[in-house]
Design a protein around this ligand. Structure first.
Ligand SMILES: *Cc1c(COP(=O)(O)O)cnc(C)c1O
Length: 391
């Protein structure tokens, strides 16, 4: 079997493994280091004189642990290079900053992760970079929004909290025609279910805090790119002094080993809950692209090979006390931000839209289906709805 045809399930088992260099240990251990001792004057000198770079020069520039993690993600993404950074949000901001300069314009999806929006409206604006938000459903129609100085199109699909699926290949084609770069936050599907680079994305972003880490105990982000962007991205990350700690890379790589098997279960559990919720009288609409009735279903079927466990629910109009009664009665759904760990979570979803209004009948909640038994989860939701009705 050729390397090219390897499936994600096979890739994650051995990618980034360097056992022979680490006394045979299957996983690369944590190398905590700042200083690397060089064997002689010549190899030390080569760093300053521009000779061949030593494999490891200094802790901030990379360690065996970081290298294993980055190589593993790169192989899964089909990327020339992956860099790891301190958080998913930093992966977003670093990806943007690595391509824009003062006076540039970017197009940002209206369904972007909230803090990414805040970054555009604050830091980017102050630096003289203008942002136009676009309707995530525009597809090739995004062409009308291009200006002479549009350098970047930023996508997220399905988008945060509202889960609209974007036509990434169509958007990428238009962007490239206009000489713009395409970045995408692909945290929801991960490279296992959406091969972002193969679909036309130039900078593929993961909040590895979520499914790659998978255990709610690490903060880390990755940016993966093809040859064209590799040097620029790496230089930018080094110049800013960004890096992810070896401890966090170790945990993220450990999570990556079981990513496909966990995702399959999150997908199944999420869809089971979504189908059950869809039939409930308390629910107005379930926002989940793997549901046949979802407006994004056709695009999802065309471009994705699976769904994660994260989806939205628009409830029928209720008051705050009823929503609180529902949330507070839940035993198996933690009330907490983030997602992608093994546990089920629920939050009220509040979002800002400026390109196009997103109509909701009642309050919106976001559910992350964990790995628990779906019978237990459904019983929990059912009891919650009973509390809601009794309030
Ligand atoms: C959580 C999240 C991020 C940010 O990741 P952090 O590691 O928390 O900074 C980015 N994008 C999406 C879609 C997310 O859900």
């Amino acid at each position: 079997m050729s390397e090219k045809s390897k499936k994600p399930e096979t890739i994650v088992v051995s990618a980034g493994r360097m056992s022979a260099e680490h006394f045979g240990t299957v996983n690369t251990p944590v190398y905590r280091t700042s200083t690397i001792l060089h064997p002689d004057f010549e190899s030390l000198k080569s760093e300053v004189s521009g000779g061949p770079a030593p494999r490891y020069a200094y802790g901030r520039i990379g360690t065996p642990t970081t290298e294993s993690f980055e190589c593993a993600v790169a192989e899964l993404e089909g990327a020339a290079r992956t860099v790891s950074v301190p958080s998913g949000l930093n992966a977003i901001t670093t990806a943007i900053l690595s391509v824009v300069a003062s006076g540039d314009h970017i197009l940002m999806t209206d369904s972007a992760y909230g803090p990414a929006r805040r970054f555009c409206n604050g830091v980017l604006k102050r630096m003289g970079v203008a942002t136009t938000y676009f309707d995530p459903l525009l597809g090739a129609g995004i062409e009308a929004l291009f200006q002479g100085n549009t350098k970047l199109v930023f996508c997220e699909s399905p988008g945060s909290l509202t889960f609209e699926v974007q036509d990434i290949p169509a958007i990428a084609e238009v962007a490239h025609k206009h000489g713009a770069t395409v970045a995408m936050d692909n945290t929801w599907a991960t490279p296992v279910y959406f091969p972002a680079l193969a679909r036309g994305v130039d900078l593929s972003i993961q909040a590895a805090t979520k499914y790659i880490g998978g255990h709610s105990d690490v903060m880390i982000g990755t940016i993966s790119v093809g040859e064209e962007y590799a040097e620029r991205l790496e230089t930018y990350v080094h110049d800013l002094g960004l890096f992810a700690s070896p401890d966090d890379c170790f945990l993220a790589l450990r999570g990556l080993r079981t990513l496909p098997v966990r995702l399959a279960r999150h997908w199944g559990n999420g869809l089971t809950l979504a189908r059950w919720l869809q039939e409930r009288p308390e629910v107005s609409r379930v926002l989940h692209p793997a549901l046949e009735s979802d407006p994004g279903h056709k695009l999802w079927r065309r471009d994705f090979t699976g769904a994660s466990g994260l989806f939205g629910v628009i409830l029928k109009p209720i008051n705050e006390a009823q929503l609180a009664a529902f949330m507070n009665s839940l035993k198996h759904f933690g009330l907490g931000y983030s997602w992608g760990g093994y546990e089920s979570l629920i939050i009220p979803a509040h979002f800002t839209r400026t390109a196009k209004k997103f109509e909701t009948e009642g309050p919106v909640i976001r559910i992350h289906a964990g790995l628990e038994d779906t019978g237990d989860l459904i019983a929990d939701l059912e009891a919650g709805f009973a509390q809601m009705r009794a309030t």
